[in-house]
Design a protein around this ligand. Structure first.
Ligand code: PEP
Ligand code: MG
Length: 575
């Protein structure tokens, strides 16, 4: 039956394909007594054999698409599957207690997981616990005869449907086959949405009920530009969606003509249009979209893509590749922002009620746990600085004391390297992200000590409005054009300029076509966004005059009471 759902438009583009459900199946079971323990042991052997075969396939696929280093995680899983001691104990449990294989498997693996987790200050042991948990789930699924979803094995065109997608799920999606994704939860600035934009996969998030409505194999028509998805569309609806896709492709082709053009407004002012990246692989998109700089390199993805903490050498190579790839163009690298929705499998952080308000980003870097990690990253960055135009910034700075502590560690590592005779650039700028209201309000003080600001509106808006960026129920409060947000931003820009510093923006708002005219009028110096938004923003800027935008910004800041009034004002001015 045809059904239409509305969600949050998260990544532009249109697709019509069948649904692939990325939903965890029910793995519950009862503990039951068995008489024939031999048969039960045989069931276990079969499930182990099927799991081994499956994991070998996944490993092979991962090695091809992600590389040998990423594929090695699966070696650890395969080792668990063939661990004679653990398997022997499960079989013994079946025999001694005359219980089904499911419950023996769970009892023994839970015991191992508990043992490894108890060694809580050892990252290696935490990883072993995670490996056993994963493997036990796979074997259990085979015992129960249910299939675990496995996005890396998708080999036909699909629309992925999920309750939520973590950033690492999203990274595994193969663009060749995954034509779009649709989720129940999430907001426009969840990291899976941000990644969808850089992967150019159309996406709709926050539909609330897509997983409840869709069965595997249903045909879905997805329009990520407006946030509409139709289940089992009619031929007419399919054609309508396909037409929207073709119109979008034609519009993109128009924008592409501006790839080599300067970003100059109608009255001749230049703004720097930069791109946000997550890995050196994203450089291709940066060049294809004619970005003039990298305004945000989210280095935590380097940590997330690695089976263990990336070494100084691994990091040095990644940063050097990006710096060299950009020539003399600026590259703003943000030190790692782990926490919130970005987790590391090998770093167990305490469970928190409010991870976005908790122990994340610079707070980890400045703590005892993060000291080594942070210094290693700073050294890798400083060494790479000789190969390009590096700028470094710290995420989630709330107080000047935090900035000073981070800067002190940076200065110490810098001096050590110089003493060791390593070449370090002497023009590295060190700045901060402004994403916590406390820092936005105190921007005049910060401006005296930092080299630049980059406004992280994804977090700044969630903290100012007290509205979780991942929660679709409060997504109406993600209001980039609310005068309160605009005033905070204005304060940041003016404070930077008063000290002769520059202010950029790397939150999603920087590429928001309604916000751009106001930000131009407020004098923002650098706009950094998903690479795929660069050309449409250049096209918009070329049509506008800064003098007119100043008047517009003034009105938005002083005369408007609500976000709706600001939208109306911009629509009128930019028609
Ligand atoms: C932001 O908060 O605006 C930002 C750019 O950082 P992230 O989205 O990675 O939190
Ligand atoms: Mg942020």
């Amino acid at each position: 039956m045809v059904e239409m759902l509305k969600g949050i438009a998260a990544s532009d583009g249109v697709a019509v394909a069948k649904a692939y459900l990325l939903v965890q199946p029910d793995l519950s079971f009862n503990k039951i007594s068995v008489d024939d323990t031999e048969a039960e042991a045989k069931r276990l052997d079969d499930a182990l054999a099927k799991s081994t075969e499956e994991l070998q396939q996944i490993r092979e696929k991962a090695a091809q698409s992600l590389g040998e280093a990423e594929a090695q995680v699966f070696d650890a899983h395969l080792m668990v599957l063939s661990d004679p001691e653990m398997i022997g104990q499960i079989k013994q449990n079946v025999k001694d207690n005359k219980v089904n294989a499911e419950s023996a498997l769970k009892e023994v693996t839970d015991m191992y997981i508990g043992m490894f987790e108890a060694m809580d200050d050892n990252a290696y042991m935490q990883e072993r616990a995670a490996d056993i948990r994963d493997v036990a789930k796979r074997v259990l699924a085979h015992l129960l005869g249910v299939t675990l979803p496995n996005p890396s094995m998708i080999n036909e065109e699909v629309v992925v449907v999920a309750h939520d997608l973590t950033p690492s799920d999203t990274a595994q999606l193969d663009r060749k086959f995954v034509k779009a994704f649709v989720t129940d939860i999430g907001g426009r600035t969840s990291h899976s949405a941000i990644m969808a934009r850089s992967l150019e996969i159309p996406a709709i998030v926050g539909t609330k009920e897509i997983t409840a409505k869709v069965k595997a194999g249903d045909i879905l028509a997805v329009n990520g530009i407006i946030g509409d998805v139709i289940i089992d569309p009619t031929e007419e609806q399919k054609a309508e969606f396909q037409k929207a896709g073709a119109d979008f492709a034609a519009q993109k082709a128009e924008w592409e003509k501006l790839k080599e053009a300067d970003t100059v407004t109608a009255d001749g002012k230049h703004f720097e249009l930069a791109a946000n990246i997550g890995t050196p692989k994203d450089l291709e998109g940066v060049h294809n979209n004619g970005a003039e700089a990298i305004g945000l390199y989210r280095t935590e993805f380097l940590y997330m893509d690695s089976p263990d903490f990336p070494t100084e050498e691994d990091q040095f190579e990644a940063y050097k590749a990006v710096l060299e790839g950009m020539g003399d163009k600026p590259v703003v690298v943000r030190t790692m922002d782990i926490g919130g929705d970005k987790e590391l499998p090998y770093l167990t952080l305490p469970h928190e009620m409010n991870p976005f308000l908790g122990y994340r980003a610079l707070r980890i870097s400045l703590s005892e746990l993060g000291d080594d990690m942070f210094r290693t990253q700073l050294r890798a960055l400083l060494r790479a600085s000789a190969f390009g135009n590096l700028r470094i910034m710290f995420p989630m700075v709330a107080t000047l004391k935090e900035f000073r502590a981070a800067k002190k560690m940076y200065d110490e590592e810098r001096q050590k390297l110089i003493n060791e005779g390593v070449t370090v650039s002497d023009t590295i700028q060190v700045g901060i992200m402004i994403e916590i209201p406390a820092a936005a309000v105190l921007a005049d003080k910060f401006a005296k000590e930092v080299d630049f600001f980059s406004i992280g509106t994804n977090d700044l808006i969630q903290y100012t409005m007290a509205a979780d960026r991942m929660n679709e129920r409060v997504s109406y409060l993600y209001q980039p054009y609310n005068p309160s947000i605009l005033r905070l931003i204005k304060n940041v820009i003016d404070s930077a300029h008063a000290e002769g510093k520059w202010a950029g923006m790397c939150g999603e708002m920087a590429g928001d076509q309604t916000a751009v005219p106001i930000l131009m009028g407020m004098g923002l110096d650098e706009f950094s966004m998903s690479a795929t938004s660069v050309l449409k923003t250049r096209s918009l800027m070329k049509r506008l005059s800064t003098e007119d935008m100043k008047v517009l910004a003034d009105k938005a800041l002083n005369d408007c009471d609500t976000m709706e009034e600001v939208i109306e004002l911009v629509e009128e001015a930019v028609k």
